[in-house]
Design a protein around this ligand. Structure first.
Ligand SMILES: [Fe+2]
Ligand SMILES: [Fe+2]
Length: 261
């Protein structure tokens, strides 16, 4: 069995939608796919890609990204928390599991999250440009720390896993030093909305050896204190320079990692 990983497929772009439509229906029938969020803004449009991917793989694991929680122009009467529940229900119906699967050989654990400014406080440019601030809607008195805490608490029921390979995954970054050094100062204004260090605490408590994350759209792999952190975002069509735009095999029965065409 192999485990493939990808995030940020953003099927609102026709070029990205064509990718999952053309994925082999035969090649991955014994394999698992981890899909780490940002599939679509539209609840209506989630069904088709998730169902298609569930047919290609033996099992698909999924967490919603921030784009799935946008309620602007989609389910405007709902809060983003209510949309989260709907997204989760649609995913489960389509065969994309949002629940951990624990076993002595290999465990796969979805982790929910958000960003809580643990990587820095947002500056004026970020406050003006970051779409979530307008596109998401939260209950009164919910700031980013309350939102993050709400989602992080949902992961508390996952036990420490004591055996086998443990792969956790989240849409958001668990620590900011997974970002490569090459990121220019100019682009670091985005760091406050990338994730939360609370995720890293959970990953380490659970006992992961591999953690997949999305959201940054900057493909990278780095090992820190015994955990290998991997980003394999499919990304936007214009991001070919730093997003791989293909599946990545992050585990197989022999523990070999390799890219898939
Ligand atoms: Fe994304
Ligand atoms: Fe995202």
């Amino acid at each position: 069995m192999r485990v493939f990983a990808v995030s940020d497929i953003h099927i609102d772009f026709p070029e990205n939608a064509a990718w999952f439509s053309n994925l082999s229906r035969e090649e991955y029938q014994d394999d698992v796919l981890i899909l780490a969020g940002d599939v679509s803004h539209s609840l209506e449009d989630l069904d088709r890609p998730l169902t298609a991917l569930a047919r290609c793989f033996a099992k698909v694991f999924y967490v919603p990204g921030n784009h799935e929680l946008w309620v602007i122009r989609d389910l405007e009467t709902l809060s983003s928390l209510e949309k989260f529940q709907k997204v989760r229900a649609v995913a489960e119906e389509c065969g994309a599991s949002t629940r951990p699967q624990l076993s002595p050989e290999i465990s796969i654990v979805p982790l929910f999250g958000w960003y809580d400014y643990s990587f820095g406080e947002p500056g004026p440019e970020l406050k003006e440009r970051w779409a979530d601030y307008l596109a998401c809607k939260w209950p009164p008195a919910y700031g980013v720390r309350e939102i993050t805490s709400h989602f992080i608490q949902m992961n508390d029921s996952v036990p420490t896993v004591g055996s086998g390979t443990v792969i956790t995954f989240s849409h958001f970054l668990p620590r900011i030093d997974v970002m490569p050094d090459r990121i220019s100062e100019r682009n670091r204004f985005l760091y406050p909305i990338l994730g939360s260090s609370l995720l890293d605490r959970q990953i380490r408590r659970i006992g992961a050896s591999i953690h997949l994350y999305g959201h940054s759209h900057v493909n990278n792999r780095t090992t820190i204190d015994g955990i290998t952190y991997i980003n394999n975002a499919f990304g936007y069509p214009a991001e070919e320079a730093f997003a791989s735009r293909r599946l990545l095999c992050i585990y197989d029965d022999e523990g070999i990692e390799r890219a898939s065409p």
